[in-house]
Design a protein. Structure first.
Lengths: 536, 79, 311
């Protein structure tokens, strides 16, 4: 059920209505039913895999809690008598027992994730390199949301082992946690004790007309970003990326800029739709974006882009790695020989390297993913840190004060350009394609002709002249920029709109409706020179 | 150990880890208040505190402590 | 309380009104988008046309209705749209007969073998036509009964919105608010003076593949014939000279079908010499004559119709 279909809108309407009709105690069953329906609309087989993973997680969490409770009751009885060593030993034994169940869940989840998402890629590679005939899992379809629910369920079981949340007694609720339709497709990553109290809480929920309007405004804004900006500008990006050999210089740059707009509008638009629907039901979904393009460095960018992914990896991968015996030992011994600063930096950077490799790999099976949103980001961050004294001197020489507007603008532009560069690899089918495309960025003399070429015959963006597309692209960037700027300044845009007189509000509503009708990428696209039936 | 004593020792650790003699931490001090205290340095800081007090923070405590006040609560628990 | 209800009703009515105005305006903009020859029809006085010529772009590039009106004194009109299949030609005739009482109807048959429906065809053929039940029924026929898509193409704003980047605001505003009803002297004919030398496939070595006339086209032809019979109109089918996509076997198939069913048909590709067509100078492209070529063809066309006692 695509988010931009009438079926989905109907589905949301039914779910929300049912949600408010059903008594508070059972509202979560409505969400579970809706999540199952939503999942099945994509894949019936997948729901069994998800349920199996969730049930294994459910059982493991209960066992972990029981083991932990066992230790606590022993501790309560024997606190006076037992020595510190004995307490420590018992604690270690209990933890290691718990860890076995965590390992079980991790093995199952990551094993399935690897099988469906990565195995085929590696098997094909091996076949090509060694002329073998390994099974390449070609017919295995990637279960919907496996990259999200696997990690989310692992997070739950680890939280139980860390004592941060109680184990859930009802298996259906764990299944709900894994399959929740608002975050199954593209996130955001939830935490059990942030999401489930909202879904399963028994307070009465009431939706005021005001809150309803705010939610609908957010959902509409999400649809505008997705249908009118991402899907439209995506045509330019798609044309340049698929046929980069035909374009050069400014034409390539145009494609890179278009992709950045498309990616941001698509992903953040989706998040707005999802959180708006959540708002309709009084559920607060975690934020995934916080005006990322205003960041002053790449580290900050990743704290504001796909926030929940970074947060998950920090809590469940990065910290455990850095806190492991191996790393702490490395820190100590290196500090002794190379001094405190370097001694600390090396294991941190090593941990970061592992972290970023995993981030890259999570995005997809292929070196272009591992590189573009993994290793390259690591390089950006390390280089950024290493060159800090240099850049500070440069800034002083140019009289750019720290935190001043000119400096922040420069930093923000630099950040955007670095990401646009990285995304070339992210959006290319292979690493080499990305490299070739970037090579073409520097070929030929910069001229207007390089841009006009993108809008010529045979191009996907032909239906339209440059005269319409470039202003439209500019308008999209402007709209996204202004919205982000207002948010950065703490302006609650929707509230401000709702406070204005009716005439103003009516104009806003009409503008939203007609923007989607006219500029939304839906229905059949007419391609003048192609005579090809092209479905959005 | 008294809370005040813990805070005194913490000040020393913070000053040592972040190379800044002017740092003084209180109940509500968070990472935003100390320059250089980011997620990368968090573990290093906790390792130094663990060494100083001969305790071990659990992962649960590591990821959930919101300010130095909570940190002191955890330290008192472990002692 | 009463005041609040009144306010609320007022707000709702204001919203619906504004919505309707914007919707109708945008709808008009998007139906104006593709300037088909069919708009000319709107500007003709009722019951002033004696001869209507139907068909696709070959027709309104090849039959100079203005010439026929001015030089031969027979009030004519070219009424068609690009890539118009025979099924849609039925619909155009229905619309034409609402306001005109022609004595003669000529149907160009270049699309007789081609009944595949593409999005482009739908947009070209239906956008500029007014919303009537005939339009909806025709769309349903053409779309094989898909009611939802038929409704969509009845509303140009929804059907054509992806052409937002093709709109020329100045032209559109002029067309919507300032068009001169005295215009359309060209009577639906498209003047074109570009030249592209061609090789005539019809005169070549090969007879060409044998194509079958699809059922849709046959149904359409019968329907047109019935309509003309009911309205006492002399009906003629014809084929204009083209350089490609029309072979001797095609001509043979159509001639056989037409004579079996008692329809009048003539193929002007048999008369290149008589018409005086010069393949080096008289074609705009492989499928369309340019205006010099059209003028020669029109002269021959009128003579032929006179000899058939149609004119």
């Amino acid at each position: 059920m695509s988010l931009t279909s009438f079926y989905f809108l109907f589905f949301v309407l039914c779910t929300v209505l049912l949600y408010y009709v059903v008594p508070a105690k059972y509202k979560w069953t409505v969400l579970l039913a809706a999540s199952v329906v939503f999942y099945i609309s994509y894949s019936v087989a997948g729901i069994f895999i998800l349920t199996a993973t969730a049930l294994i997680t459910y059982f493991s969490a209960l066992r972990i809690e029981k083991i932990g409770d066992g230790y606590q009751s022993w501790l309560a009885e024997n606190k006076q008598d037992a020595s510190k060593e004995e307490r420590k030993a018992r604690k270690k034994a209990s933890q290691s027992h718990q860890r076995r169940y965590v390992a079980l869940v991790v093995t199952v989840s990551i094993g399935l994730l690897f099988l469906f998402k990565y195995y085929g890629y590696f098997a094909s590679g091996i076949n090509r390199a060694f002329s073998t005939h390994l099974w390449t899992a070609e017919n295995l379809l990637l279960p919907l949301g496996i990259s999200f629910y696997s990690l989310q369920l692992i997070g739950y079981v680890v939280d139980v082992s860390r004592g941060l949340t109680k184990a859930e007694k009802n298996p259906l609720k764990v299944i709900l946690y894994g399959s929740f339709f608002l975050s199954i497709m593209q996130g955001p990553f939830n935490r059990y004790n942030h999401l489930m109290p909202q879904l399963c809480g028994e307070e009465r929920k009431r939706l005021s007309f005001y809150k309803f309007k705010l939610a609908v405004l957010k959902i509409s804004w999400g649809y505008i970003k997705k249908m009118c900006i991402a899907d439209q500008i995506g045509c330019i990006a798609r044309e340049v990326f698929s046929n980069y050999a035909k374009y050069s210089g400014l034409g390539i740059a145009l494609g890179m800029a278009a992709f950045a707009v498309q990616l941001y509008a698509d992903f953040s638009g989706y998040m707005d739709i999802i959180s708006g629907i959540g708002e309709l039901m009084g559920i607060e979904m975690p934020q995934n974006f916080r005006q990322p393009f205003f960041s002053s460095n790449i580290s900050e960018f990743w704290r504001k882009w796909h926030i929940t992914l970074g947060a998950w990896l920090k809590d469940y991968i990065f910290y455990p790695i850095l806190k492991s015996k191996v790393f702490l030992h490395m820190n100590k011994s290196l500090s002794k020989t190379l001094g405190k600063k370097t001694g600390e930096r090396i294991p941190t950077y090593l941990g970061m390297l592992i972290l970023w490799t995993l981030i890259g790999a999570w995005h997809g099976a292929g070196f272009n993913y591992v590189f573009s949103v993994g290793l390259l980001q690591f390089i950006y961050i390390v280089l950024g840190e290493i060159t800090t004294p240099l850049t500070n001197r440069l800034n002083n020489a140019l009289r750019l004060k720290k935190g001043s507007l000119p400096l922040r603008i420069i930093q923000s532009v630099r950040c955007t350009l670095l990401m646009m560069f990285a995304w070339v690899f992210f959006n290319s089918p292979t690493f080499t394609d990305g490299a070739h495309m970037l090579g073409r960025l520097f070929s030929g003399k910069p001229s207007l002709g390089q841009i006009t070429a993108v809008f010529n015959t045979d191009s996907e963006v032909l239906t339209g002249s440059m005269k319409a597309w470039l202003p439209y692209l500019f308008l999209c960037v402007l709209v996204l920029f202004v919205a982000d700027l207002l948010h950065e300044k703490g302006v609650f845009i929707r509230e401000k709109i709702e406070k204005k007189p009716y005439v103003f509000r009516m104009l806003v509503y009409l503008a939203i409706i007609f923007t989607i009708i006219v500029f939304g990428a839906y229905g059949e696209k007419v391609n003048v020179n192609d005579f090809i039936y092209f479905d959005f | 150990m008294e809370r005040a004593e813990i805070f005194e020792k913490l000040n020393e650790v913070f000053r040592d880890v972040f190379d800044d003699e002017s740092i003084t931490v209180g109940e509500d001090t968070t990472a935003k208040d100390v320059e250089g205290w980011d997620s990368l340095r968090h573990i290093t800081l906790l390792a130094a505190i663990e060494d100083e007090f001969d305790i071990e923070f659990s992962m649960g405590q590591t990821v959930s402590m919101k300010n130095v006040g909570e940190m002191v609560d955890f330290i008192q628990e472990e002692l | 309380m009463k005041k609040r209800y009144l306010q609320l009703t007022g707000k709702i009515i204001a919203f619906i009104l504004c919505f309707a105005i914007v919707f109708l305006f945008l709808n008009a903009v998007f139906s104006d988008l593709y300037a088909t020859r069919a708009r000319c029809f709107d500007r003709m006085e009722d019951n002033s046309i004696d001869a209507i010529f139907l068909g696709a772009s070959q027709m309104f590039s090849g039959v100079n209705a203005q010439k026929i009106t001015e030089e031969y004194g027979i009030s004519s009109l070219d009424f068609g749209s690009d890539m118009q299949p025979m099924m849609t030609t039925c619909y155009y005739l229905q619309e034409a007969l609402k306001r005109q009482k022609p004595k003669v109807v000529g149907v160009e048959v270049c699309e007789i073998f081609n009944d595949s429906i593409t999005v482009e065809r739908l947009v070209y053929n239906y956008s500029a036509m007014p919303l009537t039940s005939e339009k909806y029924n025709s769309l349903q026929t053409v779309l094989d009964g898909d009611k939802l898509r038929a409704v969509k193409y009845c509303v140009p704003l929804i059907a054509n919105h992806s052409w937002w980047n093709q709109i020329n605001p100045i032209e559109t505003l002029r067309d919507l608010f300032f068009y001169n009803s005295a215009e359309c002297a060209e009577r639906g004919f498209l003047y074109r003076y570009t030249v592209e030398p061609q090789e005539i496939e019809y005169l070549g070595e090969k007879d060409g593949n044998i194509r079958e006339i699809p059922d849709h086209s046959k149904d359409a032809i019968n329907y047109i014939a019935d309509l003309c019979r009911q309205n006492d109109i002399k009906l003629v089918f014809f084929k204009l000279p083209v350089a490609r996509d029309w072979t001797r076997n095609d001509s043979k198939t159509v001639k056989e079908y037409m004579s079996e069913n008692g329809f009048t048909f003539f193929d002007m590709n048999d008369n290149f010499g008589e018409i005086g067509i010069d393949p080096e100078t008289d074609f705009h492209n492989g499928s369309h004559l340019n205006t010099p070529g059209a003028n020669k063809t029109t002269d021959y066309f009128v003579q032929k119709l006179k000899s058939l006692e149609v004119f």
